[in-house]
Design a protein around this ligand. Structure first.
Ligand code: MTE
Ligand code: MO
Length: 373
């Protein structure tokens, strides 16, 4: 049995949440998690070498199926509490002012697979992050043309993908407040890396909410509904929460927490992925980002001793930043780590606070390497 849910009408969040498919687990990965991991690929960490994630290496998340959409018949409807409802074609959108921005997207569940017990969802390690140049047209002027009603409270962004989650049939939909939606950086994006969006990244059009975890950037966008009351979408209220249990509504997940990751140095072992490198000076590099950016400091630790790394300025307001530090590697096993601080003064924690859905994991990543003479 599964219930049907429309985008806006669903149980209030204080009502009992539907149970997660399985309780958090400490056991081996389940067949369902392995299938989710196969379908939703992360970036291999060596992809962090590129300032812009090369095509095909950017992580993807697809809750249901990738919809097959015909760009000729596809429309974006802007409706609800507006003076002038709009129905826009892809060429209408392409004729509007064009803007390109390098934006780092990270899945809010990135790092979930390392939690104990492990929430049952995509069991990410740390690679659910990427940076692309997205091209599109700013949303705010379109909303101005539509004429948001004075009573406008929330906007619901709905994608063309539909499926069942937690027993409820639904379209993938997320809401933003009118203020958040009117932010000048929010884009309706139709290109990624100068090419039409690949199907898995939202062809023909996606929302892009820079600075926020990826769930806000609704792919395969078909509808923007303006509401004169708070929205209650499943993806805002039942998932993407910092909660401690199925009954705990918790706080909503919004902006990306400050984080840094090192490019794995040296040579990997095919099977174990353990890494070895030659003794001597080596440049350690990585990337750091924050939804409250920019990143103002990155420290790198060798065997627990922290030193400041050099941090490059961002290539775009919402793009990650490169950091680097020289290490004179001496033979033996070593632990490497990096820790970023953003302009808001937030610092990556050394230990990850556990949440029921495994959201917003930004703890310092540790990596062990074997240095050989
Ligand atoms: N319509 C729709 N939009 C979506 C999703 C989805 O499943 N359906 N997944 C979201 C999540 S959770 C993330 S992290 C980002 C991932 O974007 P990407 O696949 O382009 O990297 O898309 C978001 N937008
Ligand atoms: Mo995500």
């Amino acid at each position: 049995m599964r219930a049907k849910i429309s985008t806006q009408h669903r149980p209030h969040r204080h009502e009992t949440a539907a149970p997660a498919p399985n309780p958090p687990s400490t056991g081996p990965l389940t067949a369902e998690e392995l299938e989710l991991a196969r379908r939703n690929h992360s970036a291999p960490l060596e992809a962090l070498r590129w300032p812009l994630t090369p095509p095909g290496l950017h992580y993807t998340v697809v809750h249901f199926d990738i919809p097959y959409l015909d760009p000729e018949t596809w429309r974006l409807r802007i409706h609800g509490a507006v003076e002038h409802p709009l129905e826009l074609t892809l060429s209408d959108l392409r004729r509007r002012p064009r803007r390109t921005a390098a934006v780092t997207l990270e899945c809010a569940g990135n790092g979930r697979g390392r939690l104990e017990p492990r929430p049952p969802s995509i069991p990410w390690d740390t690679g659910a992050v990427g940076t692309a140049e997205w091209t599109g047209t700013p949303l705010a002027p379109i909303l101005e043309e539509a004429g948001l009603a004075a009573e406008a409270v929330d906007l619901v962004f709905t994608g063309a993908d539909r499926g069942v989650q937690a027993g409820l049939e639904q379209d993938y939909a997320r809401s933003l407040t009118a203020d958040e939606a009117m932010d000048e950086h929010v884009l309706l994006a139709y290109e990624m890396g100068g090419q039409p969006l690949p199907p898995q990244h939202g062809f023909p059009l996606r929302l892009l909410v820079p600075g926020w975890y990826g769930m806000a950037s609704v792919k395969w966008l078909t509808s923007i509904e303006v509401l004169d009351r708070p929205a209650h979408t499943f993806q805002n209220e039942r998932t993407y929460r910092y909660s401690q249990g199925a009954e705990d509504p918790g706080e909503p997940v919004t902006r990306m927490r400050v984080r840094s990751l090192l490019v794995p140095p040296g040579l990997p072992d095919f099977f174990t992925r353990r890494r070895s490198l030659d003794a001597g000076p080596i440049m350690l590099r990585g990337r750091a980002w924050s939804g409250e950016g920019p990143v103002v400091r990155v420290e790198v630790a060798i065997d627990g001793v922290w030193t400041d790394a050099h941090v490059e300025p961002p290539t775009g307001k919402h793009a990650w930043q490169e950091f680097s530090v020289v290490w004179v590697a001496v033979p033996g096993p070593h632990t490497l780590a990096s820790r970023a601080t953003d302009a808001a003064g937030r610092v990556q924690p050394l230990e990850q606070a556990w949440t029921y859905q495994g959201m917003g994991n930004n703890a310092v990543q540790e990596m062990t390497v074997e240095v050989v003479a």
